[in-house]
Design a binder for this molecule. Structure first.
Ligand code: AP5
Length: 216
């Protein structure tokens, strides 16, 4: 079964996708994390993606769609997957429908994590991430056990370059213009589940898993 996490930048998609991945034992696939890995390894794709990401813009559809096609065809996705940050445009959503049809994997639920814009800015300012394993923390709301150190792999935590306020504002605008229409797209397909993302991390996880159980 396939799941998608939808929501504004900083709504908590990555945080909740990780929790769901542990609960359902299916891979968490974040296009943002894949691009950041390519940037770190200085691949051609990484160099191209960086130009867009640093400005808070979306990477062109064709680059993302090819990457997701390859990833979903891998063995570990056969039993299911959680997509985080993909699709982000109607073009990407239509391409995903085709890929899943070819692979014969049904899309079960699209989880829309709802958080108002004004809360997003505070969240982004306090976010710290692990460049090594992708762990995500918040200095106030979800702190690591030891300051500046990842709980999972003990690497140092960093602040993402695109978490500066000006870039966050741009990412929010891009979300409203290009990604928000996907809410209606999946509503029409009757597979949209909206969760209130303003509650604590643990409460959002609990509510989401309960709601997914009810819709099973
Ligand atoms: P990506 O990495 O996907 O960034 P994003 O969608 O902007 O989402 P974020 O990772 O910023 O936030 P999130 O919702 O995962 O929140 P998180 O759990 O971290 O993409 C980055 C860039 O890559 C894009 O701008 C684009 O350029 C490119 N890209 C990626 N995919 C693409 C695609 N498909 N097409 C084109 N371009 C693409 O939480 C945020 C913070 O809040 C953390 O500090 C966390 O600890 C905290 N937090 C989480 N939940 C809570 C809670 N309930 N209460 C309090 N704090 C919380």
């Amino acid at each position: 079964m396939g799941y998608i996490m939808l929501g504004a930048p900083g709504a908590g998609k990555g945080t909740q996708a990780m929790a769901l991945s542990k609960e359902f034992h299916i891979p968490h696939i974040s296009t943002g994390d894949i691009f950041r890995m390519h940037i770190q390894q200085q691949t051609d794709l990484g160099k191209k993606a960086k130009e867009y990401m640093d400005q808070g813009l979306l990477v062109p559809d064709e680059l993302v769609v090819d990457l997701i096609k390859d990833r979903l065809a891998q063995e570990d996705c056969k039993e299911g997957f959680i997509l985080d940050g993909f699709p982000r445009t109607i073009v990407q959503a239509e391409a995903l429908d085709e890929v899943l049809q070819e692979l014969n994997i049904p899309l079960k639920t699209v989880i829309n994590v709802e958080v108002p814009d004004e809360k997003i800015i505070t969240r982004m300012a306090g976010r710290r991430v692990c460049n090594h394993c992708g762990g995500t923390y918040h200095m106030k709301y979800n702190p690591p056990k030891k300051e500046g150190i990842c709980d999972q792999c003990q690497s140092s935590l960093i602040q993402r370059k695109d978490d500066q306020e000006e870039t966050v504002q741009k990412r929010l605008q891009v979300y409203h213009d290009q990604t928000k229409p996907l809410i209606q797209y999946y509503k029409d397909k009757k597979i949209l589940l909206t969760v209130d993302g303003t509650k604590s991390v643990e409460t959002v996880t609990k509510n989401m898993i309960e709601a997914l159980g009810e819709s099973a």
